[in-house]
Design a protein around this ligand. Sequence first.
Ligand code: ZN
Ligand code: ZN
Ligand code: ZN
Length: 140
Amino acid sequence: MVVKREVVKRNTWQREAVREALELTDGFISAQALHATLHATGSPIGLATVYRALADLAGEGDADSLQSPEGESIYRACSTTGHHHHLICRNCGLTVEIAADAVETWAQSMAAEHGFTQAAHVVDVFGLCPNCSAAASARP
Ligand SMILES: [Zn+2]
Ligand SMILES: [Zn+2]
Ligand SMILES: [Zn+2]
């Protein structure tokens, strides 16, 4: 079982605005691009707040985050709530949400074996999706 850390509820409307904008976005988006989108709709929200809200959402599992090839953090609303894992294509960003029962069992037994409590883990698998794999092998 994963125990969610207590989060101080601050800037609630801003967080909700960021969450909503993220849900309306198709695919991954950077904090800067999301901030620009919010500004275009007349929101006075600041860029630093967008960064923090996205980091919070990602930390609580409400958003997927990964590093773009340029090293920028990019985000996507998670379509699965609760604890889960991801398969992420590092070429096109395609993300598949997966359950990983074997990982849950393994993480729990490892923690217990070493006397750890309140254990949590993040396991995302990066690779090339079927399309990108095919494109890569077609290249000479
Ligand atoms: Zn997810
Ligand atoms: Zn791909
Ligand atoms: Zn897990």
